[in-house]
Design a protein around this ligand. Structure first.
Ligand code: PLP
Length: 425
């Protein structure tokens, strides 16, 4: 499609967009009495209007039923989480028994590493990406120390080549080959938080397995954003947060995937709790743990239903829309944003460097832009003028045109504000 940098063209794209109606389903913060252009759904998604009813339902059931709500609430609390299995499995390409919700992301990755990082004297190395999200880096360090290894011996980072912003798949594969028999685990962010690069999860998973290692993915920036086929890709485990693209609210619960091939493996250790115990027998208060045969068997505590309520609202919205429709719009709106950036760059004679891959199969809903010659004052200008973005040192802005609630007109308007922010100085 040939794009145009005009309001009329952007409005025409909106009028043809079948997801445009969902924009009204979200609360937008206002700046100068106008709804903002929201580019930080990769950090914290907007609040869907329908969420409040889900939370109110729990509050009312709690007020009216108290402990009886566990069994007699409209959506009984004791198995509330089971409502996630079908919609969530579709979002991540899994079987319903392979997904669960519990805890928060880093906690879940730690718990999954209890099962899938079982280093021995000879096979103890972890491959991850250079510049992984800091929480993952701390997690790797603490895990290898916990098992008695040194970080510099056990953690192998795949680097970007000199002068390149993204990691080449061939370099990940070469590193897997090189580490070979010493490789215990590959654990990478499916979408890099800084650059927005989408890794070739299928190919990397197969290569990790060929080397005899387990392969897991941190899907914080991928869940609800990227087409995932976790079951078919034979991924061992994965976890994601729900507060970014899945709009479930600040710091909210995480989702997990454990491939069905591991569900009945008695040799796989795990940290257990009563919520992972055989569901039919849970309240018999038996002394010996009998895990549920599925990802639910990794649950530990009874679930924070008040937190799950907004997540359920969101997951049901995704089920209504379907990932395919979302991805179709995501690609168009991201391409339009890229076009707008390039047009404005020409007009202001700037030097914007988009560090996210230009190949649509290696990116999703995020463009990270290196603003050569621009500083924090431009960021401040944008924020004051109703463009919510984030800033990463040294001078990168991350823009996520989330297809559920961003419009093509937003992209056009952003370009105009950006131009004024640069030329007006
Ligand atoms: C890629 C990635 N991994 C891990 C985390 C940590 O998430 P949490 O604080 O929910 O454990 C984040 C948070 O933004 C993230 O972006």
């Amino acid at each position: 499609m040939i794009f145009e940098n005009t309001k009329a063209f952007a409005q025409q794209l909106d009028s043809r967009d079948s997801l445009n109606k969902y924009r009204n389903e979200f609360h937008f913060p206002k700046v100068n009495d106008k709804e903002v252009i929201y580019f930080t759904g990769n950090s914290l998604g907007l609040q869907p209007k329908r969420t409040k009813a889900y939370v109110d339902e729990i509050m009312n059931d709690w007020a009216n039923l108290a402990v009886e709500g566990h069994f007699y609430a409209g959506k009984p609390w004791w198995d509330y989480q089971e409502r996630f299995a079908n919609p969530l499995s579709k979002i991540v390409g899994a079987k319903p028994s392979e997904v669960t919700v519990m805890n928060t992301l880093t906690v879940n990755l730690h718990l999954l590493m209890v099962s899938f990082y079982r280093p021995t004297k000879n096979r103890f190395k972890i491959i991850c990406e250079k510049k992984a999200f800091p929480s993952d880096q701390y997690m790797f360090q603490s895990q290898v120390h916990f098992h008695g290894f040194k970080s510099e011996e056990a953690i192998v980072e795949v680097k970007r080549r000199e002068g390149e912003h993204n990691i080449r798949t061939e370099d990940v594969l070469a590193k897997i080959k090189e580490v070979g028999d010493e490789l215990a685990l590959v654990l990478i962010g499916g979408v890099n938080y800084y650059t927005g690069q989408v890794f070739d999860m299928k190919t990397i998973t197969a290569a990790g397995h060929e080397a005899g290692a387990y392969v897991g993915w941190d899907l914080a920036h991928a869940a609800g954003n990227v087409k995932l086929e976790l079951h078919d890709w034979n991924v061992d485990f994965a976890a994601w947060c729900s507060y970014k693209y899945m709009n479930s609210g600040p710091g909210n619960a995480s989702g997990c995937f454990v491939h069905e091939k591991h569900h009945t493996n008695p040799d796989l250790p795990r940290f257990a709790g009563w919520w992972g115990h055989n569901k039919e027998r849970r309240f018999k208060m038996e002394p010996t743990f009998d895990p549920i045969q599925g990802a639910d068997g990794w649950q530990i505590s009874n679930l924070p239903v008040l937190s799950l309520a907004p997540y359920l609202a969101s997951v049901e919205m995704f089920a209504e829309i379907g990932m395919d429709a979302l991805i179709e719009k995501r690609d168009r709106i991201t391409a339009y944003l890229e076009f707008i950036l390039r047009e404005i760059d020409k007009e202001v004679k700037g030097n914007f460097e988009i560090i996210t891959p230009s190949n649509p199969s290696e990116r999703a809903c995020q463009l990270s832009v290196f603003l050569h010659g621009e500083g924090r004052s431009l960021f401040d200008y944008l924020m004051k003028n109703g463009v919510v973005i984030d800033w990463r040192e040294p001078n990168v802005i991350r823009l996520a045109p989330v297809p559920l609630y961003c419009s093509f007109e937003d992209m056009y308007n952003f370009g105009q504000i950006l131009k004024r922010g640069i030329l007006g100085k």
